[in-house]
Design a protein around this ligand. Structure first.
Ligand SMILES: Nc1ncnc2c1ncn2[C@@H]1O[C@H](COP(=O)(O)OP(=O)(O)O)[C@@H](O)[C@H]1O
Ligand SMILES: [Mg+2]
Length: 255
């Protein structure tokens, strides 16, 4: 067990499932960047399970990076099967964090991952048709969780968010409208969101060759998303309370 596991008081391992019964919402991208977060920020041993039966984006991305001699800070295995629960169990002794990229097309595989999951992250872009799918993905998870022995926290992460900044606030109408819909429907929505940003797009699509950089060295907004993800596990009570600095006294003004 590393220090970080103790500091964060994580389940061993912490199982994070990324889902939405729909493709193209940023599941694979989020799986990679969150794997980068846990491995680089917290020095944890991270496994990504690519459980998407149709698209092999995760697997080929990983393969391209390792072939380009980019040292990946985590391990990826492709396991697009309804036995994904066994895959999680069989690897749980060797990893601190397991991230399941549940793909979009197979409700069966997604549901099979749920009973082993601690944190379910439902991803959606701001497109109204995608936001409308969040409840059905939620219900599928709820059905699958019936026999789960653990409590599963479900949160929604908004991805590919358009950004129009005004006085430090994102005033994009699409973003604000869809966030309000989700919150009014009582979804727990991550405060941080993932902007539509070419950095994320190019991370997976970009050419990686000799001397190429590891795109995950810049975690972008996934740094905040990761911090929010682990916030409930911070063992605050066990950490020494930082010393309170004495209040600054106003200086005497020499006469
Ligand atoms: N935040 C983002 N901004 C811009 N493009 C993104 C973002 N997240 C993902 N993409 C791009 O969108 C496409 C779908 O993302 P992907 O992670 O493969 O989604 P999924 O796994 O849900 O199908 C990819 O081309 C990816 O590079
Ligand atoms: Mg994918």
């Amino acid at each position: 067990m590393t220090n970080s596991v103790a500091e964060l008081d994580l389940p061993e391992p912490l199982v994070v499932t990324l889902g939405n019964l729909k493709g193209g919402v940023g599941k694979t991208t989020s799986a990679f960047f969150l794997a980068g977060y846990f491995s680089q920020v917290h020095s944890l041993r991270v496994l990504v399970i690519d459980a998407d039966p149709l698209s092999q984006t995760g697997y080929s991305w990983y393969r391209r990076l390792t072939k380009g001699e980019v040292e990946m800070p985590f391990t990826l295995i492709a396991f697009p099967s309804r036995h994904v629960g066994d895959c999680i169990a069989d690897n749980s002794a060797d990893y601190d964090v397991v991230i399941v990229d549940a793909g979009g097309e197979s409700a069966d595989i997604f549901k099979a991952a749920i009973p082993s999951t601690d944190e379910l992250v439902l991803l959606t872009s701001v497109s109204p048709s995608e936001v409308k799918r969040v409840p059905s993905t939620y219900r599928a998870a709820e059905e699958a969780a019936v026999d789960a022995a653990r409590e599963i926290r479900v949160r929604v992460l908004m991805t590919k968010v358009p950004v129009t900044m005004k006085n430090g606030v994102n005033v994009s109408t699409e973003y604000r409208t869809q966030r309000a819909h989700l919150e009014n429907a009582d979804y727990d929505v991550f405060k941080s969101y993932v902007s539509a940003w070419k950095w994320y797009r190019e991370a997976a699509d970009g050419e990686v060759g000799e001397g190429a950089e590891n795109p995950l060295l810049d975690l972008g907004e996934y740094r905040q998303v990761g911090d929010e993800l682990v916030a409930p596990y911070r063992a605050a009570a066990r950490l020494p309370i930082p010393p309170v600095s004495p209040a600054r006294q106003p200086q005497e003004v020499p006469a």
